[in-house]
Design a binder for this molecule. Structure first.
Ligand code: BDR
Ligand code: CA
Length: 309
């Protein structure tokens, strides 16, 4: 079977970095482009980090372009407490050997849609995709599949109601969920079931590769953050779930739903209302409910081990 053509829209972010590397290491997927959006850190940093990760995997053939620097109407997030000041755990990096593509990220997404069936993996705020739909009415209907990490049914992580990617640009999320494309959504309820442990970090270090060393080093401050925040060092792999869906779809149980995004609430701005009533069983939008973490961890280990540097 031909590999799935995939564009990754991202705000790296250490879990974005793992998601991108998982995609680059997987023969089922052909990554045709990476577009950066402001999110975990401002756009200049997310674009630089996307170039660093693509260069780390030695994939100079993949264009990396910068999209939107500002959410539709929310303020830009200035400094991440979760991902380090640089967004990737504050390691030392050489200037990446992958240059920034001069094209506008949103237009690069449109161009890639025009070239054939495309799956978009969206693992940051949804600003680039909202602007895509606004600038190119109807383009949503030409996208084969959109896999989003975002939202929560029961508990947010920025506020009690809101998950980061939706909270960072709720107006954009509303545009995206109201558009007409097949969406698979990976909310916090699902992604908290997918985590790496200290054993996995030790495994990555033991690979003896630059990828293994760097990923383990990036994830260490993230583990420390989780320990302060959640009381254990489990490293939650939010964004990798959106890629994993394209590798082992049967390992993630899903259900048809309708998703509405709150943009006005006093306490609930950025909340996602995920309606699981049976009337939405055949909806174009599906939500991930549960994942087998042992299968996921094994797949991630196997794939990252193939990235030699
Ligand atoms: C999401 O927010 C970001 O911090 C992560 O990279 C992930 O995309 C989880 O809420
Ligand atoms: Ca992200």
């Amino acid at each position: 079977m031909a590999p799935t053509r995939v564009l990754i829209d991202t705000d790296p972010g250490v879990d974005d970095a793992v998601a991108i590397l998982l995609a680059l290491a997987s023969p089922e997927i052909e990554v045709v482009a990476v577009t950066a959006v402001a999110g975990n850190v401002p756009l200049d940093k997310t674009a630089l980090n996307a170039r660093r990760i693509v260069a780390l995997a030695d994939r100079h053939d993949i264009p990396v372009a910068a999209g939107r620097a500002e959410p539709l109407s929310a303020p830009v997030v200035e400094d991440s407490v979760v991902h380090g000041r640089d967004g990737l755990g504050d390691l030392d990096w050489d200037e990446p050997a992958v240059a920034l593509d001069p094209r506008d990220g949103v237009e690069l997404i449109a161009e890639m849609i025009g070239r054939g069936p495309l799956t978009i993996v969206a693992i940051g705020p949804l600003t680039n995709l909202a602007v895509l739909v606004q600038r190119h009415p109807g383009i949503d209907r030409s996208v084969a599949h959109l896999v989003i990490m975002g939202g929560a049914s029961f508990q947010g992580n920025v506020t009690p109601a809101a998950e980061f990617n939706i909270w960072a640009d709720p107006e954009a999320a509303r545009v995206v969920f109201d558009a007409d494309w097949p969406i698979t959504l990976m909310p916090l309820d699902l992604t908290h079931q997918a985590y790496l442990t200290d054993d996995d970090l030790a495994y990555l270090r033991s690979l003896g590769t630059e990828v293994g060393r760097r990923v383990a080093a990036m994830l260490e401050p993230y583990a420390q953050f989780h320990e302060r925040w959640y009381g254990n060092r489990d490293v939650i792999m939010h964004d990798a779930m959106a890629v994993y869906e394209l590798l082992d779809a049967e390992a993630i149980e899903k259900q048809g739903v309708r998703v509405a995004v709150e943009t006005d609430g006093v306490h609930s701005r950025g909340a996602t209302f995920i309606d699981r009533r049976r009337e939405h069983a055949d909806s174009l939008v599906r939500v991930g409910l549960s994942v087998d973490n042992d299968l996921f961890r094994a797949r991630l280990r196997e794939r990252l081990a193939t990235l030699k540097d």
